[in-house]
Design a protein. Structure first.
Length: 344
């Protein structure tokens, strides 16, 4: 069905198309008959798809990556599309508008996107209130919710830990796991926090706060695909030394190598993180490398270039325990989730 509407959506700017899509999804999910239809079309219920990881039971191993529903506005609608887990955020303590528009671009020849959104979100208080109300109402079918946390653009790196702790403590009662995002290329200086010393300090601080709770929550680290092998070795060491539960591999890339889109067009778009099909091979290589370095214990959530069942199985074969999609939805629609689940 999505492919009937896709040409019309692609006539709109990417952000406008996104708003139109989630508006229609929310509208359909608001009424029992259309909500039933969505769930009938897209949801796959099968005990064999369950994954017991991080002390949680995931209804299935296909999740929605952070960035699609930053503010947790559309969880009930998205739950009708068959996801086993949904990651909200990236959220920052204070609301921020993000970067000036246009800031999201399609590369149809590459089945890719470039974004420089800049952690646009309504802020921690709004997200927390929304998730609290949703928890009180009840989540559908055991859906797992992850919270992706970051720092405000105006917060210097020396004070970044304060932002992450604020997000962590406020969201703690309302999410099932946390993701520390230090790998977005769209907040100036953020990726500097991926260096071994500052990253270790940040994660140790978070783990101290986490262990102060009676029942600590799983914490994962989202990493960039642009890290070198020695930097990935550092990540593996940090996961071990801090007792982190795992990693999400990977975020978007700053690379523009191998694109079918012309160099002139890519240059005209400018800075931003590239996602979609061109990221597939690199993300898989990072997963494979980290699995070899970290061993079987830490959880790896694979993301990057998953636009088919084959691409998802590639990530799982490389060592991922779970997978997430985002850009693939833009090109394949919600049928992608069902296709992946049907192939596992």
């Amino acid at each position: 069905m999505y492919h009937l509407f896709k040409p019309l959506l692609f006539l709109l700017s990417p952000e406008t198309a996104h708003r139109a899509t989630v508006f229609l999804l929310d509208l359909a999910a608001a009424f029992a008959p259309t909500r039933w239809l969505l769930r009938h079309w897209y949801c796959v219920k099968d005990k064999r798809l369950e994954r017991h990881l991080l002390g949680l039971t995931f209804p299935n191993p296909v999740g929605l990556a952070a960035g699609f529903d930053k503010d947790g506005k559309h969880i009930e609608g998205l739950a009708c599309l068959g996801f086993g887990f949904i990651e909200v955020g990236t959220v920052t303590p204070k609301p921020q508008d993000g970067n000036p528009q246009p800031r999201l671009f399609r590369l149809p020849a590459d089945r890719a996107l470039i974004n420089r959104m800049g952690f646009n979100n309504e802020g921690l208080e709004t997200l927390t209130d929304r998730l609290r109300r949703l928890r009180e109402k009840g989540l559908p079918d055991g859906l797992i919710i992850g919270g992706n946390i970051g720092k405000n653009k105006t917060t210097p790196n020396e004070q970044a830990a304060d932002d992450y702790i604020r997000c962590f403590e406020a969201l703690f009662p309302y999410v099932d796991y946390f993701v520390v995002n230090v790998s977005s290329p769209n907040t100036p200086g953020l990726r500097e926090l991926q260096e071994k010393e500052p990253l270790t300090r940040l994660l140790q601080f978070l783990q101290e706060k986490n262990r102060a709770h009676t029942a600590p929550k799983p914490i994962l680290l989202k990493i960039a695909p642009d890290l070198s092998d020695p930097q990935l070795d550092d990540i593996a060491d940090i996961v071990r030394s801090t007792g982190l539960n795992g990693v999400i591999a990977t975020n978007t890339t700053i690379s523009r190598q191998g694109l079918a889109t012309s160099e002139k067009t890519a240059e005209a778009i400018g800075a931003g993180g590239l996602s979609g099909a061109p990221l597939r091979a690199r993300a898989t290589a990072v997963i494979r490398y980290l699995r070899e370095k970290m061993g079987p214990g830490p959880v790896i959530i694979g993301v990057g270039g998953i636009d088919s069942a084959e691409a998802a199985k590639e990530k799982l074969a490389a060592g991922a325990n779970l997978v997430q999609v985002y850009s693939g939805l833009v090109y394949e629609g919600p049928e992608l989730v069902k296709k992946v689940l049907g192939s596992i």
